[in-house]
Ligand binder design. Structure first.
Ligand SMILES: [Zn+2]
Ligand SMILES: [Zn+2]
Length: 264
């Protein structure tokens, strides 16, 4: 009996996350086309048809691109907070009212023994929120798309066994890169995305004795590289006395390749 998960896809081209217990399975976001979502699930040996619902984080297209299509195709329940529902209504097409569920920010819903806890992040969307999953004493924290990591967020995700943690950009690459200043400013702002270094600094406040895995997620294709993200996070952690490879491991995520299904 365990909680298993896979980061199906992560990055600005599309995000999706899968988790399952003995009794239930869920997606968080569906930010790729319906066809791509089917393909990702096939790669981990699962079918969207068997999923019990989709938790939505926010209305940006890299999180909801395939949402309407697969929710209709497989008749799946969709969970989001009120402002996110309003903001994404025009983008996802029509869903049956019976498929639409409210998941308020900073609340908990239980599915069998699985407790799903939502918490707010700081990002330029209507009411962006991420999730922590609790199952049989194990804790899985999912958090990307936030401009910074507040003490409140840290308190909620602290001491998870597994973190999926945003490590969006290298500040130097972003500043030197080809993006217009307005976009650079947005990414660097308090409602943008977390840099490699800021991610690592936040991690030093939340890694616990039981933390075994950290997945670096939502890496920018233009302003980051897997090796750079890993090295930079590793270095910042090491400077604070947290040595990756000892009590916990660092992992990459990919825009197209799911991480292997793995127990929390
Ligand atoms: Zn976003
Ligand atoms: Zn995103």
């Amino acid at each position: 009996m365990s909680l298993q998960f896979s980061v199906l896809a992560s990055g600005s081209t599309g995000n999706a996350f899968y988790l399952e217990t003995e009794e239930h399975s869920f997606l968080v976001d569906a930010g790729l086309s319906g066809k791509a979502m089917d393909g990702l699930m096939e790669r981990i040996g699962r079918k969207i048809d068997d999923v019990d619902g989709i938790f939505v984080t926010h209305e940006h297209s890299d999180h909801i691109k395939g949402l309407g299509v697969i929710a209709r195709k497989y008749g799946l329940p969709v969970y989001a907070n009120e402002k996110t529902w309003k903001a994404m209504e025009n983008q996802i097409g029509k869903l049956d009212t019976g498929q639409k569920f409210l998941f308020p920010m900073e609340s908990v819903k239980s599915f069998g023994g699985l407790d799903v806890e939502s918490f707010g992040v700081s990002h330029d969307a209507a009411e962006p929120m991420f999730y922590v999953f609790h199952y049989q004493g194990r804790k899985l924290a999912l958090m990307t798309d936030t401009g910074y990591v507040s003490d409140r967020m840290k308190g909620i995700i602290r001491s998870a066994n597994v973190f999926v943690f945003e490590s969006n950009h290298d500040v130097g690459m972003l500043q030197m890169g080809r993006y217009p200043w307005s976009i650079k400013r947005r990414i660097l702002s308090d409602v943008g995305h977390v840099s490699n270094e800021d991610a690592a600094l936040a991690m030093t406040d939340v890694i616990g004795d039981g933390t075994s895995r950290i997945y670096l997620a939502h890496l920018s294709q233009d302003n980051n590289m897997k090796e750079l993200a890993r090295m930079s996070v590793q270095q910042t952690l090491a400077a604070k006395g947290f040595v990756a490879g000892e009590t916990f491991q660092l992992f990459d995520t990919d825009p197209k390749i799911p991480t292997p299904l793995c127990a929390v």
